[in-house]
Write a protein that binds this ligand. Structure first.
Ligand code: ADP
Length: 514
């Protein structure tokens, strides 16, 4: 059969702990999913920003082509206008009609013209296919500006075809200073898009160095999150990063906080469930102890009552002839009646204590005298039971403030226990002593002793040690020591125990002298 405590534990786990753990696991896995979704939304947002920068540079170059082709002042004049407005354009080159290079004079010196024209010739030979394709496009009515392979450091070569008349097509080449284009044409756009939210930089792929950024390179630690090639300049990449905490950081931080909160919540729940479990188990134990108490007390009351009954009936029937025997029977009746009255008093005092109604009457008293009276009262009785009982008074003990009745009650409880749990060595020492702060009363026996694990528990109400032959046989209610503890607390003192199994026990009541 499953123990009731275990049953409650299993029930609590099933009702409270498991659902919350499942919920937490579900939430944590969802948080991870959310993180992935947010991450991908964020990536596509960065991607679209880079796309728009790319798109813009394409638009700029196409705008040039459009102006050159359709501008109202004719090709050459438009070239001049374009060059003066755009410092990135180094030169134009026309083929198929006149083969000429048009240069803004201040940009390229005359002696490099021949070198340039040679490089352009080479480029034309290398990009034949691309140039033919551009011419093909214009014949189908679609103008496109294309970027050509060009081996000149820092320069890019663009080309577009234009229809001169219905029969002939010419190709216009634009030699562009790449870095100038990036700084002057792309720069403002990048600044506009990035504003205060992003770092956008242009990176030279071969050297892996940044050649432009909306925030100067050394200013910030950059950790580029997305890189995309610039369509017009395949040797360069655009890189982007969010300023401050990135969305990934924010999501990660939030996820971390949520996970911590869930774990803390689970721990609190587990702790709560454990407290409830412990409380219920304690209550069940107490209920069990109470029911044991009732059966123990009934049993204890029954024994003296049966003796009184038996002895008084014998006396009543007049069966005893000897006066001596009669006296002995009276004594037994008296002793048993006293025992009963002690027991009932104990229970009444305990019940008053429990309801907080017990009152104490403190007076200056002589503790030695108090103990001596009890010792005298008990000596005869214990002697008859075969006990050796010793009493040692305390020298120079001042008067102390105590409730005499209550202290006697506590001492009697301790002596009763010493008698009950003494076994074969029937000796009890009652010792009074003092130090500078406390007066002590010790009740020492040489009986069965108390196991270390039970020692902290014996002062709890209804607690009884039931292991061991004698402890099991001896009847008791389990309230004696809790009464002693209550009395000592009322005196601002304490009760302590030292004991070892089969050797004996020493209970010490300490009373503050001040
Ligand atoms: P009880 O009515 O059972 O004696 P108490 O509260 O007086 O109840 O004591 C609690 C338990 O402490 C006892 O059941 C007993 O096991 C143990 N105990 C108390 N005094 C002694 C002692 N002098 N020697 C050994 N065990 C003792």
């Amino acid at each position: 059969m499953i123990k009731p405590g275990l049953k409650i534990g299993i029930l609590l786990t099933l009702i409270v702990v498991l659902p919350s753990l499942f919920f937490s696991a579900y939430e944590i896995s969802n948080l991870n999913k959310n993180e992935v979704v947010i991450d991908s939304i964020y990536s596509s947002q960065l991607e679209s920003i880079l796309f728009s920068v790319n798109q813009y540079s394409d638009d700029v170059v196409n705008g040039w082509a459009n102006q050159l082709d359709k501008g109202k002042y004719g090709l050459e004049k438009e070239m001049e206008l374009l060059v003066t407005k755009n410092y990135a354009i180094d030169a134009f080159y026309l083929i198929d009609s006149v083969k000429q290079i048009l240069l803004p004079k201040e940009k390229i010196t005359a002696d490099s013209i021949s070198k340039l024209s040679h490089q352009l010739e080479n480029a034309l030979a290398n990009n034949k296919g691309s140039i033919e394709r551009l011419q093909q496009y214009i014949k189908s009515g679609y103008q496109k500006i294309g970027v050509l392979d060009f081996e000149m450091k820092g320069k890019s070569l663009f080309a577009f075809a234009r229809a001169v008349d219905t029969l002939s097509v010419e190709t216009v080449f634009l030699l562009v200073d790449t870095q100038k284009f990036i700084r002057e044409n792309l720069g403002p756009k990048i600044q506009g898009i990035a504003q205060d939210q992003f770092f956008i930089s242009v990176i030279d792929k071969k050297l892996n160095t940044e050649i432009y950024s909306n925030v100067p390179y050394d200013d910030v630690e950059k950790n580029i999150q997305q890189r995309r090639e610039i369509w017009l300049f395949p040797d360069f990449d655009l890189g982007i990063q969010m300023k401050g905490n990135t969305i990934e950081d924010l999501v990660r931080e939030r996820t971390k906080t949520n996970i911590i909160m869930l774990i803390v919540m689970d721990l609190i729940l587990l702790l709560g469930a454990w407290f409830v479990y412990r409380n219920i188990r304690q209550q069940m134990k107490l209920t069990q102890l109470k029911s044991d108490f009732v059966s123990n007390v009934s049993h204890e009351i029954r024994t003296p009552l049966a003796l009184i009954n038996m002895y008084s009936e014998t006396l009543e029937m007049g069966r005893l002839s000897s006066e001596e025997k009669k006296q002995e029977y009276y004594r037994v009746i008296n002793t048993e009646a006293n025992r009963l009255s002690n027991m009932v008093n104990n229970i009444l005092n305990f019940s008053k204590m429990e309801s907080g109604k017990r009152e104490y009457h403190f007076k200056e008293s002589d503790l030695n005298q108090n103990m001596l009276t009890i010792f005298e009262n008990y000596r005869q009785h214990l002697y008859k039971k075969g006990f050796e009982i010793n009493f040692k008074a305390c020298a120079d003990l001042p008067l102390i403030i105590i409730d005499k009745e209550a202290v006697s009650e506590a001492l009697i409880n301790l002596i009763d226990n010493a008698v009950k749990y003494s076994g074969d060595t029937k000796r009890i020492d009652i010792v009074c002593d003092k130090n500078s702060d406390f007066a002590f009363i010790q009740v020492i026996d040489f009986g069965i002793g108390i196991a270390t694990k039970d020692q902290p528990l014996i002062f709890d109400k209804f607690y009884r040690v039931t292991s061991g032959d004698l402890a099991n046989k001896v009847k008791g209610s389990g309230i004696g020591l809790s009464i002693v503890k209550h009395i000592m607390e009322a005196h601002k003192g304490q009760i302590t125990v030292e004991s070892s199994k089969e050797k004996g026990t020493c209970f010490t009541m300490s009373f503050p002298l001040q």
